[in-house]
Design a protein around this ligand. Structure first.
Ligand SMILES: [Zn+2]
Length: 219
């Protein structure tokens, strides 16, 4: 049995129909009943059994909000909220009109755009490093400024299955000498380590459509 017809996902629990915005495999949170599912390449849905923590995000950036980055329009199609040992991050998946993806990340009221493509790095080059140590990724030297562990995780909307990880993973944050270029290094286990490159941006430059709601709320 398949839960997808003509790119529409029918929720096995509540029967609500949602349009798929990503290629399978992906993870989807039913907007109606909040149940989460893995959808594999054969378009079969299995329950992700994700515990839904009540971690209501700020409504500044909502699902389906649109914006602009480097003159390309995007829509927010997914959201991850990750509670770490000493910070909370919000990560919104941006689908650009040219069908590429990026992540808009909020951490400590700073905003970053991260590339969607992970860089595989050797576990030996990172495991055992501490805050203040340097790490070289693709010819750029970064200094580690934070190490944390993901404790809680929730997702909404749709994200690629590769980007779903509700486990207790370790996260290093490191910054380059220009203080704008960053890398987030995620340690999944003793052999799987990935780095993601990002840059700090000004949220207002993105012209996010739902920011206006926030202004109304403030006044
Ligand atoms: Zn549902």
């Amino acid at each position: 049995m398949t839960n997808i017809t003509a790119n529409n996902f029918s929720c096995p629990k509540c029967s609500a129909v949602t349009e798929l915005k990503l290629q399978a495999p992906l993870v989807i949170c039913c907007p109606s009943c909040q149940e989460t599912y893995f959808i594999n390449k054969e378009h079969k849905a299995t329950n992700a059994y994700l515990l839904k923590h009540d971690l209501s995000p700020l409504k500044v950036i909502e699902l389906n909000a649109s914006g602009e980055y480097k003159k390309i329009r995007f829509t927010i199609i997914g959201h991850i909220r990750s509670i770490n040992t000493h910070s909370i991050t919000n990560e919104w998946l941006m689908k650009f009109d040219n069908n590429t993806y990026g992540w808009l990340i909020e951490n400590g009221f700073k905003y970053y755009i991260f590339e969607n493509d992970p860089i595989s790095i050797s576990a030996n080059s990172i495991i055992g490093k501490n805050v203040g140590d340097s790490v070289k990724i693709k010819e750029i030297d970064y200094t580690i400024y934070d190490l944390s562990k993901q404790i809680k995780f929730r997702m909404d909307g749709q994200i690629p299955e590769n980007d779903f990880n509700d486990g207790e993973l370790f996260i290093y944050e490191a910054i380059a000498n220009d203080f704008v270029s960053l890398t987030t290094i995620v340690i999944y286990d003793k052999t799987t380590v990935e780095a993601f490159k990002g840059i700090e941006i000004k949220l207002t430059d993105l012209k996010i459509s739902t920011l206006a709601n926030f202004k109304k709320w403030l006044s």
